[in-house]
Design a protein around this ligand. Structure first.
Ligand SMILES: *Cc1c(COP(=O)(O)O)cnc(C)c1O
Ligand code: SF4
Length: 392
């Protein structure tokens, strides 16, 4: 950026100005300050959170400027310098940009939208615990994320950056889990659990591991994508002590798979942690079949198995991100059979009001007659499958 060298020569009178131009320099050439760049605490400390900061770095559109101005009091803006560096600053339609920078559209609320679109609060036996399915529970341990996705379904509770779940509250959740022996799977999510100090997260995981009926522990996190430098030896060595432990990552676009992310996922996979990916279907970001197929295939290359593709929830102010359901079904049609089966996630709609995830798929079973199922394949060819004759 031309203007930045001017900033560097300006008199050292305005400290804030200097801090900003230093950040701009690092973002433009991360390799020159790789020590800072690779330090996740530096990345968090230098997140871009204000209109002033971001205006220094990028030519905002009017809609973005208005969106950022009004975002105070709503879901906060916070972008790690690393994630910001993935933005194509000349392209207002950049898929990374649209996920990270608020736009005025967030403030047009449509009547079908809900504060708690998946009905989590009404399925919460203790604060921070959501128990909706018979054998598994979701534990929300923090409201903080490295970067706030503008389409976040938990925007009602995310981004205030309050202290993580207290030990007292956690103990309450554990007491409930102890009393429900049918729960065999706990999913730790947030916000993002990898925003917590490793020691604190370990305390929680350790306590859960001590419950004999908890067979598997899962973490839901986007940090390996938005703050990949957080995945270091210290974290990985901690996590691998608590197997079987699974990670559900959250990817939106193939451009998120950078050398840094290759490394973070590689370290996690080398630690024997099965990695899955969840992707939200987003208008103008990943709603074209070629983009989605590319993302799924790139994920397999870094040992991440696509798990769910989500229809965008009815969270407040996210209408501009939503696509018709048919767009998702069409994407599934273009994946199944056309590429590796491992690259095909399950397309789900999390039913408004707390019905849970409901799978939606193209129809391959055309008709079912007596002893005969008629099917179509991915090439639209028709086949009959004769069912077993009834044995007298
Ligand atoms: C998504 C979710 C789970 C986990 O569901 P899986 O289909 O097993 O991945 C558990 N509890 C809640 C409340 C959820 O939303
Ligand atoms: S990482 Fe998840 S919880 Fe955090 S803002 Fe994005 S969607 Fe919301």
């Amino acid at each position: 950026m031309e203007g930045l060298s001017n900033c560097a020569q300006a008199p050292v009178s305005n400290l804030a100005e200097n801090k900003r131009s230093e950040l701009a320099e690092v973002i433009d050439e991360p390799s020159r300050s790789s020590e800072l760049w690779g330090d996740w605490k530096w990345q968090l400390k230098n997140r871009i959170t204000t209109l002033e900061e971001i205006s220094e770095l990028i030519q905002l559109t009017k809609r973005e400027e208005e969106g950022i101005k009004r975002a105070t009091g709503r879901l906060a803006m916070a972008i790690t310098p690393y994630f910001f560096s993935l933005i194509d600053r000349n392209d207002p339609k950049c898929p990374i940009r649209k996920q990270a920078i608020p736009r005025i559209e967030e403030f047009s609320v449509s009547s079908c939208e809900l504060v708690d679109p998946c009905g989590e609060d009404s399925h919460s036996p203790t604060s921070g615990l959501v128990h909706r399915y018979p054998d598994r529970a979701l534990l929300i341990v923090t409201d903080s994320c490295a970067m706030y996705c503008r389409y976040c379904t938990r925007r009602r509770m995310v981004g205030e950056e309050l202290p993580p779940m207290s030990m007292e509250r956690f103990k309450e959740a554990v007491k409930y889990l102890k009393s429900k022996k049918t729960i065999r799977d706990v999913l730790i999510s947030g916000g993002d659990p990898l925003m917590m100090k490793t020691e604190v997260l370990e305390q929680y995981i350790k306590e859960l591991r001590a419950l004999p009926h908890i067979e598997i522990i899962r973490l839901g996190t986007r940090v390996p994508v938005t703050l990949p430098m957080r995945v270091n030896a210290e974290l990985v060595n901690m996590l691998k002590k608590y197997h079987p432990l699974y990670l559900s990552l959250h990817f939106s676009h193939p451009r998120e798979i950078t050398p840094e992310v290759v490394k973070s996922c590689g370290m996690l996979a080398d630690a024997g942690i099965p990695l899955g990916s969840q992707t939200v279907l987003l208008r103008g970001i990943n709603d074209r079949p070629v983009v989605m197929k590319k993302l799924m295939q790139e994920l397999l290359k870094i040992r991440v198995r696509p798990y769910y593709l989500y229809q965008c929830d009815l969270a407040i102010g996210t209408n501009h991100f939503r696509t018709p359901v048919s767009v998702g079904i069409n994407i599934m049609e273009e994946l199944r059979g056309h590429t590796t089966g491992y690259a095909v996630p399950t397309f789900v709609i999390d039913a408004p009001g707390g019905g849970g995830k409901i799978p939606v798929a193209p129809t391959y079973l055309i008709s079912q007659a007596k002893n005969k199922a008629t099917l179509r394949n991915y090439e639209n060819k028709i086949f009959n499958y004769m069912e077993p004759a009834t044995i007298p």
